[in-house]
Every structure is written in C-alpha cells, then in structure tokens.
Design a protein around this ligand. Structure first.
Ligand code: AMP
Length: 938
C-alpha cells in the first residue's frame, strides 16, 4: 500500500501544543517554566524549559492533561526538544544530566489533578541526538531533537504523559501524540472502512462491504497492519447482472448491451435477433418471431422454428416404406432439428383419411427423429397412406406459428398376379403375369424368384425382367419349382404374388407322350420363332432382355410411351447451353420429380419447325435409350412430348464427350485410369451386345464422361446414328459411315454386328491411349480403307502397354469371328487392372510408330526416302523449310531429334511436335535403331 496512505493523525495535541498551553502544564514543580522564544525562522514559540544544572537532587515533573485514546491501542508520542551539553556549561557540577524520562499513566478519569510518581509507567529515558553548546540568547541557534516513542495495549479511556527532569537543561518544544489507522479504501469492489491499527502485534482483520450494485463473489477481507497499511486482500465482490465494473464502481449496462451473470466481466452486445432498449439489461429481448429456449445461453442468438422438411421421397418395399427427406431450408438458426411423423391411412380417392393407429411401426422411432429418414413397417398392401413429416427445434414449442410440415402420399404395391403358365419343357418354364392394376408408379421391372420345391427357400434364384413374361431355363427335368413374382416401380418393390408351383417335363426316350410333347414343343417353337422374327424380337437368356427396335412399333409414339417416362416440363429447369445436337441445342439443367431429389440433367430439345419424321427420329433415341439400364450406358430420365419444345432428358455427364475431355487432359492420367475408362466402355458395350443392340458409331466422341471419370456409351439415334456424325462419309454403296472407326466388312457390305462394334472399340482404345489423337491422323479415308485392306493397322500410341496394343490388334482382326467378344474384353481388362505389372512393358514407340501389317509384319508401309516426303506423308509439309534450314535434310539426320530441337526450329505446337516425333517412317526407324539382320531377316 502506498506510503501516502499512511496517515498520521494528531490526537488532541497539535504540532505546537505548548502554544495552546492547556495540554502540558506544570503541575508539580515550578522549575519547569513556560517561556516564549523565537525559532530559527524568528517565529515566536512557546517552550517548557528547566535548567537547574547547578543544583543536585533535581526531580522536576511536567505532565499533560488527560489525553483520550479514541479507541487506539497503540499511541505514538513525538517529542521535539533541545538539551544542553553539560560540558558546554562552564562550572557545572557532576550532577548535570543530559537525559530526561518520559512516563504515562492510564486512567478513565479525565480530571485527575494528582498522580503519584510511583503510579506512572516509564516509557523511556530520552537522550538528545543533538545538543546545543552555545547559549547565546541574542543569536541562538536552536538544534531540535525529535524522538518518537510508542505505548501499546492501552485499554482505558485515556492517559496522562509526564516528563521527569533529574537535573538537565531542557527545552521541550512540542509533544505530538497520534495513532495510526488504515484508511478507507475500495479494493476488488469491496469497501474497507477507516481502521485503527491494533496493539502490539495483532493485525486487525477487516471485512469489506460490496460497493453499490455488486455482490459478494467470495467474502472480501483484508488485514490492517500495525503501521497503517492494508495487507493480504482475500475475496472479492462482482457487479450484479446488468452492471459492469468501471474504476471501483459498478455502472449499468448501456442500451443494446447486457450482462446476464454477475461473474461476467463486462456488458456485451446483444446477440443477433435481440435487443435491450433500457439500461441495466440482464438479457436481451428477442425480436418478434424469434425465441430463446430455456436452456439456451443468454449469449446465443434468438432463433425461430425451422421451415418444413423438403423433397420427401418414398421407397416402398412390400409393406414397408422408407421415407427420406431433405432438412428444412431454414433451420431457424439452430442445430437441434428433430422430425416427427404422423401417419394416416386414406381411401382410394384420398378423400377420407384416418389415423394409422398402433399397428404401424416406425424405425428407429416416430417422434423426435434426429436423422432425415425413417422406416415404416407393417403397412397394409395395396393401400394409400399419407405421412406428414414435421420439423421442429428447441424453440418450436415457444412459437405460436404452426410447425413446418410436408406431406407425402405413399401407396403400397399391389401384388402381381401370375395368370398364365405359358410353356413347360424338360428344362424350362415360361411364365407370364399381369402387373398390378394400379401400380404406385411406373413399373421399372419384375423380379422373379424360384426354388426347387423340396428345397424350400434356402436356395433360390432371382431373375429380373422388364417384360411381363419370362422363360426360366436350365431347370432340372421332372422337378417341381416354386415361382413368385413381384413388381418394382419407381416407388419401390411391391409384395410378391402368391406361390405358383410348376413341374418341368420328364423326357423319356421312346415315350410316345414325350415324343408328342417334344413334337408339340418344336412346333410351338417354330411358331414362336416365326412370331419373333415377325416382331424382330429375339428372346434371350432368362434375366436378360432384348432390345426392341422402335421401327417394330407401328405407332412410334407407343414405343416412346413404353420405354420413356413422360416428364412434366414444369419440373425442368434449363440452366445453360452445353452443346449442339443434330436436332437442336443440348443444355444442362435440373430435374425435380415429385418424391425424388433434384438431379442434374442434360436436356436435348427438338428445334422448332421440325417435320414428323424429324420428331420420330429425334424421339427414337429416347425409346432406344429407355430400354437400357446399365452404369456404362447413358441413362434416360424421360421425355417431354406433351408440350413444346419436345425434349429428351438424360443424366448429366459433367466432363462431356471423351475425345474432347482426353485432349484437354493430355498425359494427365495413369495407365490404370485409362484402362478403367476402357473397361467401363467395354462393359457398357457388353450389355448392349447382350441385348442384341448394335451401336454402329462407337467412337470416343460418342462416349460421355461424368465427374467420377465413369464413361458411358451414348448416341443411340436411328437415322441420325450415322447421318449426324460428322465423321461419317458416304461409301460406294451409298451409306454414310465413319470410315476410320468402322470394320472393313461393315464398310464393304454394311455387315454391322457386335463384332464390327468390337472393331470400333479397338479404335476407341487407340483414341483413349493416345489422348484423343485422330485415328490414322490426316490420312484420307480412301488411304485408310486401302491400308486396312492391305493388312496395315494403327501402331501403338506413345507409351502404350504392349498388352493393350495387342488387344487393339485383336479387335482389328480381319475375320470378324476372330475378334474377341465384349465379354472377353471386359475380362481381359479386369485382369490387367488387377495385375498392373502386366501394363509395365511398353511398346517402345517413343519415337516411332510403324504401321502393323497383319499379313506380313516385316513389310514397311509408307516408306519414304526424303525428309520432305516424310513430312508430306504425315501432313506436316508446311514445316519442310524449317527442317531444311535447320540442316535436317536426310532421313538419317532426324533420328535423334528432340522436342527442344523441334521447338528451336519453329515447331512449337505440342500436337505437331508429338505427331512428328511419333510418326517417323518405318523404314527409317528400322535402319536407325541399328537392329541386326538376324532380328529383321527381310
Ligand atoms: P449429341 O447430340 O448427343 O451428340 O450431343 C451433343 C453434345 O452435347 C455432346 O457432344 C456433348 O458435349 C453434349 N452432351 C450431350 N449429352 C450430354 C450429357 N448427357 N451430359 C453432358 N453433355 C452432353
């Protein structure tokens, strides 16, 4: 504590008590004289003096009147005096003294006029530090001594002081009596009063009182030390809610701020959506429409109930339905959203609904769901339900506005009725059935399960089909099987229809009955075949479907109705143009179908002023695409035919067409990634060939790539397949064909098969590995046809694994039956992916890419003898001068040419550099690689 705070308070004695004359007064001995003298500043002052040095046996007393101690236990006495040095006094006897004694006597009586000498308690014998040697009254220099003594443990009302002279020469100038106290102070918002210090040793314990608008946090106390200082502060007060500390006082929070708790240090700004118009706010008041839950801290923004859940979708599985929805767009500013469901069962027309009751169960629960999904079980089949999904949060109960709700209606599926057992043979059964009369959505497919009757359900097989009939074969003769069928709609799975038992025939040689059955079967088969041929429909293995050509429909609109879903145009949001198709623009946008999440889609529209044929051709793509369901085939979402413009909606492929995509990312993928893309395309093509669909225009430009690098086969138009393709050229037979991608038999006599698609696939492989290079570069179509016919094939692109080039060459086998099937290609690529080491061996083609001659591999093709000829051959003739002026005149000289040299001579375009480096003439390379004659015997 600052020494300034040490306060010395005089008691009743002032600094000049002698002047008052009523404090010290000579009571016993008249030797003490009251005398007026001048101090060093010539100020007159009064002293008590005694100086009987010449006589022995002096005992002169001077005492004060009663001094009240005012509660102090320890009192200080400061005396100022002068004392003559005995030596300075000529001729004084040895009895001369240079000290005097000071005494006190405690008493409650303030009016004692006599106190016996023996009653006094001695305080001390006082000697002088300074003494004056000169007695020169005219020009006397006074040297004042100051001594302080204290008396402690006083307990009576007051005391008397006394001075005893035993023969000295003294002048007593002043006696100041005081005690010390610790001054009033405020510390830690507690006020400590003026406190008189304690007696001999004791510290005085003092309890503080909290200042205005504050409260005890921990009882405040301090100790007042004997010398008037405050020690050891303990505890503190804190400003009450609504007040903050400012320089030892608590002042109210200003409007717009608040303080909720006494222990918060300062007032803080009101949180969002709240305010405090008055001073001293302990909390801020929420704006209208906003609330604060009881458990919300006052510092939290005011919040409001959430908006309704969005986009509810349902997936029915027999008598269960999974409901999913998106969280509310407006969470109300809180994270504690929960959902509750209300279930009502409705009549067929949906007009009359009653609560579902306790028979319906919700997993995990009906009320207070924290995730946006629930499974509802134990519904009744073929029934309508209406589910209200309600969102709420911690302040919903405080809000008078109704809860945000969304309703979703669900119909549990009807069962499929198996109406017909169409045909039975020794190892197959044909079933036909009728779909549900009122399905709860468009039927996507049927699921047939069957098992041997005596094996019950342990070993069952599941097959899927889109049609209403299925031939299940591979069955055991003379065995009873149990079949069940259920439908899958875009709303989910329906329940299985009843069990149907069928026994396969027993075939016994020579059994006339069996022979008859066989004959009937054969006859039936023939009839069926005729039927199928008429319809252009090929029946495939169970579980796989056959592509139905839209031309087999008399009414092409029926094909559209059968295979494509009609979409309400109001659910489509077109966002931007991404390309141009033959029939109009291609845009990207979003599609919202009731009960499903919004998805990104590509939208192809038919431009205005179209003819009927154009409309048919345009929509034929949708009726083809709509028959496919495979992860590597572009998926049809639906069509808009009921209003204009007519549109085809497909899934959106973020990375656009494969050729452009690869050119843009030249050299950026690993071989495994490239093989992964090729695998996808092969898998899609396998699916198409299994469905007996022949693509005819398989090329990288007709493959689309999505954001996950998944490649999907697209472009399924009819007339447009080839008409639309800018690569397609008229052949001598009149058709338009993309020559570079097409197998020779298809070019020559339009023999398009899955095997010709395999040829095109080989070209796509080459395009992929060379990052979108144009097959056969700038060669003319005629040259390509000629070269292929002579047995030449595209060389391996730069850095192409040997195995991949081998696979390409296999796809380009002249005999179409020698080419691998798509199924085999998928298997080969899968093996390569599983064993990446197999891809390590590269075709060493970093500088050369000879054309392979399948018939005579040693025969060089495109042999050239000068640099100019070579540059002309590869359509780089415009660089002739660059080469000659750089000194490259002979073919030999270009062997070790590098990219940087090319750049130096002015060939700066990366594409041209690559082309030049990768197309050194065959003959030239052979001689340059220094191969021995043994290696190349020809
Ligand atoms: P098409 O008429 O099918 O050849 O389409 C023309 C162009 O539109 C294509 O080359 C693509 O760039 C683009 N395109 C077509 N369909 C889609 C799709 N589903 N996703 C993304 N882009 C597409």
């Amino acid at each position: 504590f600052p020494p300034l705070l040490y306060v010395l308070l005089p008691l009743t004695l002032s600094a000049s008590p002698l002047q008052q004359g009523n404090v010290l007064h000579c009571i016993c001995h008249p030797q003490w004289e009251e005398i007026s003298v001048m101090d060093e500043r010539n100020t007159p002052m009064r002293t008590y003096q005694v100086c009987n040095v010449m006589e022995a046996n002096q005992n002169n007393w001077l005492r004060t009147r009663h001094i009240s101690r005012e509660g102090a236990q320890r009192v200080y006495i400061e005396i100022k005096f002068t004392l003559r040095d005995c030596n300075s006094l000529p001729g004084v006897p040895g009895t001369c003294k240079e000290t005097f004694n000071m005494y006190y006597y405690e008493s409650n009586n303030a009016n004692l006029w006599f106190i016996k000498e023996s009653q006094y308690v001695k305080i001390d014998t006082i000697a002088a530090d300074e003494s004056f040697t000169q007695v020169d009254v005219g020009d006397r220099v006074m040297k004042l001594n100051t001594e302080v003594r204290d008396i402690s443990n006083l307990s009576k009302k007051g005391f008397y002081l006394a001075f005893q002279d035993l023969g000295a020469c003294i002048a007593l100038v002043s006696v100041r009596v005081f005690y010390k106290k610790c001054p009033l102070t405020v510390l830690n918002l507690a006020q400590f009063p003026d406190t008189i210090t304690g007696g001999d040793t004791a510290l005085v314990e003092v309890h503080g009182v909290c200042v205005n608008a504050s409260e005890e946090f921990e009882a405040p106390k301090m100790y007042c030390s004997a010398d008037g200082g405050w020690l050891v502060p303990i505890g503190r007060c804190v400003c009450k809610p609504g007040f903050e500390e400012n320089k030892d006082v608590c002042q109210p929070c200003r409007p717009g701020t608040y303080k909720a708790s006494a222990t918060d240090a300062y007032c803080t700004k009101c949180p969002p959506h709240s305010s405090s118009p008055q001073e001293q706010a302990v909390e801020c008041i929420c704006e209208k429409g906003f609330h604060r839950a009881e458990s919300d801290p006052r510092s939290m923004a005011c919040t409001r109930p959430p908006s309704a859940p969005e986009n509810p979708i349902s997936t029915v599985n027999e008598t269960c339905v999974t409901l999913e929805w998106s969280p509310p767009r407006d969470t109300g500013g809180r994270g504690d959203i929960t959902y509750s469901l209300h279930c009502r069962k409705c009549s067929g027309d949906g007009k009359k609904c009653t609560p579902c009751g306790s028979s319906v169960h919700f997993v995990p629960r009906q009320i207070g769901l924290s995730s946006a999904t629930v499974l509802v079980t134990d519904l009744q089949p073929d029934s309508n339900y209406s589910f209200t999904i309600e969102s709420q949060n911690g302040v919903s109960d405080l809000s008078p506005t109704p809860r945000g709700t969304v309703v979703i209606n669900v119909t549990t599926s009807q069962t499929v009725s198996v109406v017909l057992k169409e045909r039975r043979s020794k190892d197959s059964v044909t079933l036909a059935w009728q779909g549900p009369e009122r399905p709860n959505g468009a039927i996507v497919e049927y699921e047939v399960i069957y098992y041997e009757k005596n094996q019950r359900e342990q070993n069952y097989t599941v097959l899927k089909t889109r049609s209403n009939m299925m031939t299940v074969d591979g069955l055991k003769p003379g065995t009873t099987y149990v079949f069940r069928v259920r439908a899958r709609t875009d709303g989910g799975y329906g329940s299985y229809g009843g069990e149907i038992e069928l026994e396969t025939n027993v075939l016994a040689i020579g059994d006339p009955n069996q022979s008859t059955i066989l004959a009937v079967s054969i006859a039936g088969g023939i009839v069926l075949l005729i039927f199928l041929v008429t319809c252009f429909v090929v029946i495939k293995l169970p579980g796989s479907r056959t592509y139905i050509h839209p031309h087999t429909y008399e009414d092409p609109n029926q094909a559209i109705r059968d295979f494509a879903k009609e979409i309400d145009a109001s659910n489509i949001r077109i966002e931007r143009v991404i390309g141009a198709g033959e029939f109009g623009e291609v845009c990207s946008g979003r599609l919202r179908v009731q009960g499903k999440r919004e998805i990104y889609v590509a939208i192809k529209s038919l431009k205005a002023g179209y003819s009927d044929k154009q409309r048919r051709d345009f929509l034929s793509e949708a009726s083809i695409m709509g028959q496919f369901d495979h992860p590597n085939i572009i998926r049809l979402e639906g069509v808009v035919t009921r209003c204009k413009p007519v549109m085809i909606i497909t899934e959106f492929m973020e990375n656009g067409s494969l050729d452009t995509f690869l050119k843009k990312h030249d050299g950026q993928f690993t071989v495994i990634q490239l093989v992964g893309m090729l695998r996808g395309i092969a898998s899609g093509m396998k699916y198409l060939s299994d469905m007996s669909y022949i693509h005819r225009d398989l090329a990288a430009r007709n493959i689309l790539v999505n954001s996950n690098l998944v490649c999907k086969v697209s472009d399924f138009g009819l007339s447009r397949v080839l008409e639309d393709d800018p690569e397609a050229a008229y052949t001598t037979r009149g058709g338009k064909i993309p020559i570079r991608w097409t197998a020779p038999e298809a070019i020559a006599y339009r023999k398009f098969t899955s095997a010709s698609d395999v040829w095109s696939y080989g070209i796509v492989m080459w395009e992929v590995i060379s990052y979108g290079e144009r097959p056969y570069w700038e060669m003319s179509n005629q040259d390509v046809i000629k070269a292929i016919d002579e047995g030449y094939r595209l060389p391996a692109p730069m850095d192409c694994p040997v195995v991949l080039h081998q696979l390409m060459l296999d796809c380009w086998e002249k005999g179409r039956s020698d080419r691998p099937k798509f199924g085999q290609i998928v298997t080969i690529l899968d093996k390569l992916i599983r064993n990446p080491a197999s891809l390590r061996e590269l075709k060493h083609t970093n500088k050369s890419t000879e054309f392979h001659n399948r018939e005579d591999p040693s025969t060089p093709e495109f042999s050239v003898s000068t640099v100019d000829e070579w540059l002309e051959a590869i359509k780089m003739g415009h660089y002739k001068e660059n080469f000659s002026s750089a000194g490259y005149v002979s073919l030999d000289s270009i062997l070790y040419i590098s990219v940087s040299e090319l750049a130096k001579m002015g060939v700066t375009l990366a594409g041209h550099q690559k082309k030049i480096l990768s197309s050194f003439p065959h003959k030239h390379r052979q001689s340059q690689t220094g191969c021995s004659c043994e290696e190349f015997p020809h």
